[in-house]
Design a protein around this ligand. Structure first.
Ligand code: FEO
Length: 399
């Protein structure tokens, strides 16, 4: 792979990470990822946007060498996380005149994480511009697209927004650009679910902040470059909106079949009521698939047996994940079977403080579900159907 040209004088110099399958030791990457870095040549100055994950440092340097880059004036750090910043130290040694351009908060984090010396930084303010001669970049501080220090860099004239994690996707592809590829849409939605969803309101503000820019290209630091930016901008506007879909997500686990029987009955009852439903068996499901389903589902039903005195640990893992990701789910409940008692319901409720959803009547059953238990599940399906009928308007959402 060689450096690839986005526009005259602008190159993608990062690395495709075909084999990566786990990020942050948490997030699965079924399609790999890429660590994008971009070189911008101005008539007077040369600027690099972000670096790469350290194992790919040589790829970055090979690309810079292939372009005959012997000096870099500025390295923009849009984000302090090490998949973008981890090669900064090596890069600064290789290009001793380079200065790290970033905001004060990101500078402080880079000093903590990477021990970059203070005198290597050029600290910028929100909306500050930097001239490269015949080209000018502008920095917009956009907190919480992924961490509190994140910012984006806009190249005037060419209309390129270098957005780092914002609008990214964990998707390894040999294609530099994407237009409206549905596979990229799904990868970007999964990425949003895992990385961005907890910061929905901040992202909404950041979308408004960048809206006045004349954006012709969005070049994130993961995944392909958007040549039709409206494709991903519209997707983000939808994901951060309050719209939810007429859909129920059921993460479940069952030890001896009782909870599974309840899930099967509820799935059928919801289908009978024309409500789309997605059960996720937590012993085999990928948490990224579950997270993606939660982006816009109206209702969440956690289904778990009581294991000794508590929810099954796999169900608890899903509950903690939901609480971390803070989906816009409107309704939530719990179903499951127990042998002699326990605190399953209480523990699940206590571990979902960030989910701003109405709790529907849970269905907790002693032993294997009987006729009256199935009737309770039917009533739950009725309650869900009644709530979902309120989702009719475009604002309320739902097909
Ligand atoms: Fe791609 Fe938040 O790092």
């Amino acid at each position: 792979m060689t450096a690839r040209e986005l526009l005259p004088g602008i190159f993608a110099v990062g690395a495709i990470d075909w084999d990566r399958r786990l990020f942050d030791e948490l997030i699965s990457l079924p399609d790999g990822t890429s660590h994008n870095s971009y070189l911008i040549r101005g008539s007077e100055k040369t600027l690099l946007i972000d670096t790469v994950d350290p194992p790919f440092a040589l790829t970055l340097f090979d690309h810079l060498d292939s372009l005959g880059v012997t000096a870099i004036d500025y390295v923009v750090a849009n984000h302090a996380e090490q998949d973008h910043s981890g090669t900064l130290g090596t890069l600064l040694s290789r290009y001793p005149m380079a200065r790290v351009v970033t905001n004060a908060k990101c500078r402080d984090m880079l000093k903590d994480l990477l021990q970059i010396p203070d005198d290597r930084f050029l600290v910028i303010q929100d909306r500050e511009q930097l001239s490269l001669g015949n080209r000018t970049v502008e920095f917009l501080i956009t907190p919480w697209v992924h961490w509190p220090e994140t910012m984006v860099t806009y190249l005037h004239g060419d209309g390129v927004l270098f957005s780092c994690d914002f609008f990214g996707s964990h998707y390894a592809t040999s294609e530099l650009f994407t237009d409206d590829n549905p596979t990229v849409y799904e990868a970007a939605k999964r990425y949003y679910a895992e990385i961005m969803m907890p910061f929905r309101s901040s992202i909404r503000e950041n979308l408004e902040k960048i809206a006045p820019l004349a954006i012709r290209i969005i070049a994130p630091s993961h995944g392909p470059v958007y040549r039709k930016p409206e494709f991903i901008l519209a997707a983000y506007r939808d994901w951060v909106s309050d719209r939810v879909e007429n859909r129920v997500v059921i993460p479940y686990v069952s030890m001896h079949g009782s909870t599974a029987a309840m899930v099967r009955h509820l799935v059928d009852a919801l289908m009978d009521r024309k409500i789309p439903v997605q059960p996720f068996n937590l012993t085999v499901t990928d948490t990224g698939d579950l997270a993606k389903a939660l982006v816009d589902a109206a209702t969440l039903v956690v289904a778990t047996p009581t294991t000794l005195f508590s929810p099954h640990p796999k169900a608890m893992y899903a509950v903690i994940l939901v609480n971390l990701l803070r989906p816009k789910t409107r309704w939530v409940t719990v179903i499951g079977s127990y042998g002699w008692g326990g605190k399953t319901l209480q523990m699940i409720k206590e571990n979902l403080p960030h989910l701003k959803a109405e709790l529907l009547e849970p269905v907790m059953v002693k032993g294997f579900p009987r006729g009256e238990d199935m009737a309770a599940l039917d009533r739950l399906a009725d309650a869900i159907a009644e709530r979902h009928r309120t989702l009719g308007s475009p604002e309320g959402g739902g097909p």
